[in-house]
Write a protein that binds this ligand. Structure first.
Ligand SMILES: Nc1nc2c(ncn2[C@@H]2O[C@H](COP(=O)(O)OP(=O)(O)OP(=O)(O)O)[C@@H](O)[C@H]2O)c(=O)[nH]1
Ligand SMILES: [Mg+2]
Length: 265
């Protein structure tokens, strides 16, 4: 039987220093895999580089977005342009170790969602100061929203397409990295079988950061509070028994209702 296809979604903005080595590394794995680079029309020519180096490789797809720039919408565009039954999303600057994608793929045989986590044993960040700031901020997100995840902002994950299709994507994919905790919230409501695995963030390999920390923290905090308001101002952890109204609408209010997963080929 043919191996199930894994699509790896890689959003890029000004990543000309990283994208060729990253895609090359991802293609080293010899499994059935496609790489979907979603570039927001980077002025540094990231998309041109992908065309030049991988234009003839049918395993590499390039999506160039010219309007409404943003990380979350790029991730959604990549997921929608992909063909795999298994999906992974990662950063393009080597913060996220490409080797972990192999582990995530293997774990999708047993789980619907695999979350790369800096805050489980074995995880971490090379930048110690950011690690502790993110750790504290994640405790806040987890407590307020009741996601039950240690890392609510990693943006490094793999999911079965069948699980993603059960989610309300319009309510997830907007903003920046905050899409990730909205996705985890829906995964909790749907009672998706989920596992967190350790990931260690190295410093970005080349190029410049797009994250303006104070602005991003302000944006994330607004997004956390908006999400809390959306769920009736009660953390999921404080109210674990009553199925949520919107979860029921999506068909996931009963935590025992997760359908069995199709076996992996
Ligand atoms: N398509 C797209 N990708 C983006 C956008 N903003 C950031 N990215 C990508 O999202 C990933 C995360 O952005 P980074 O700038 O690395 O943010 P960070 O990881 O918080 O910060 P550093 O790693 O320290 O630079 C990278 O792969 C970026 O290229 C965007 O507006 N559109
Ligand atoms: Mg980064």
């Amino acid at each position: 039987m043919a191996e199930v296809l894994l699509s790896v979604i890689v959003p890029t903005y000004n990543e000309s220093a990283n994208i060729v080595p990253l895609v090359t590394r991802l293609l080293d794995a010899k499994d059935a895999r496609e790489i979907v680079v979603v570039d927001d029309d980077s002025p540094d020519g990231t998309a041109d580089l992908v065309r030049e180096r991988f234009g003839a490789d049918p395993r590499v797809k390039l999506v160039v977005r010219t309007a409404d720039r943003g990380l979350a919408k790029s991730v959604r565009a990549g997921l929608e342009a992909s063909s795999g039954e298994l999906l992974a999303v990662m950063d393009s600057d080597f913060n996220h170790d490409p080797v972990v994608v192999d582990t995530m793929r293997a774990l999708l045989a047993h789980f619907d969602l695999v979350v790369g986590s800096r805050f489980v044993a074995g995880g971490g960040m090379e930048d110690r100061f950011r690690y502790y700031c993110s750790l504290v901020y994640n405790m806040f997100v987890r407590t307020v929203l009741g996601t039950r995840m240690q890392d609510n902002l990693s943006g490094f994950f793999a999911i079965r397409r069948s699980a993603l299709e059960r989610m309300d994507k319009d309510r997830i994919f907007f903003g920046y990295g905050d899409y990730f905790f909205r996705m985890l919230g829906q995964a909790a409501d749907l009672a998706l079988p989920t596992v967190e695995i350790p990931v260690f963030y190295r410093l970005r390999q080349g190029g410049e950061s797009k994250t303006k920390y104070v602005g991003v923290l302000r944006q994330y905090t607004r997004a956390v509070l908006a999400e809390l308001a959306q769920q009736g101002l009660v953390s999921r952890q404080l109210n674990p028994i009553l199925p949520r109204r919107d979860a029921q609408q999506r068909g996931g209010g009963d935590r025992r209702s997760t359908p069995p997963r199709a076996p992996l080929a």
